[in-house]
Design a protein around this ligand. Structure first.
Ligand code: GRF
Length: 188
């Protein structure tokens, strides 16, 4: 049974979707831990409701080279999944999990990626640019923001009347549909 840790800083809708996906009978993986850097993140409420262990870590603990690695070792984590985690992943963690750490970004990278491009800012930029298409990118994580090898992309039309909130809703649906199966197909 492969063990997954999910890193999230916000709502946790992707985290919940992934937890449930791997709780289906015959699954070969489980979400053993949810890690967040925000003590008030709604993902914590989801973890409690789902009965998944969670840990709140500070930026200092993420970057001290020991705390986060010991935590993941304690849960025998095989795969790290970033789902709306807003801190840069330190090199030591990328080194230890190279090839086993993935991220989801709410645009068709390389468009609308990079530092500072997250959440609604992405959808606002897509609408402002008059894009006719947007989507999601699931990719391996390396030392640069949103730059690792792309594993999967799915796209959706942007209508001229779409607001950033409309785009966010469409993209969210793609995320909840594709992230968990892509993790399974990539690692299991
Ligand atoms: C998603 O839009 C994801 O693409 C991005 O952060 C958001 C996380 O949303 N990386 P949630 O916390 O899973 O609801």
């Amino acid at each position: 049974m492969k063990k997954i840790a999910i890193f999230a800083s916000g709502e946790g809708s992707n985290a919940e979707s992934i937890v449930n996906y791997f709780r289906t009978p015959g699954s070969h993986a489980e979400v053993a831990l949810i890690v967040t850097n925000r003590p008030d993140a709604p993902v914590i409420n989801r973890a409690e409701r789902l009965g998944v262990d969670y840990a709140v870590i500070t930026r200092a603990e993420l970057n001290d080279g020991v705390t986060i690695l010991n935590l993941l070792d304690r849960y025998a984590i095989d795969i790290v999944v970033l789902a709306g985690f807003l801190l840069m992943i330190p090199c030591g963690l990328i080194e230890r999990y190279r090839g086993r750490i993935v991220n989801i970004h709410p645009s068709l990278l390389p468009k609308f990626g990079g530092k500072g491009m997250y959440g609604n800012r992405v959808h606002e930029a897509v609408v402002a640019a008059g894009e006719r298409l947007t989507g999601i990118t699931i990719h391996h994580v390396n030392e640069h923001y949103d730059d690792g090898a792309i594993i999967f992309q799915a796209s959706i039309e942007v209508d001229p009347t779409d607001t950033p909130a409309d785009v966010a809703r469409k993209v969210r649906q793609l995320e909840l549909t594709h992230f968990a199966p892509t993790i399974a197909q990539t690692f299991l």
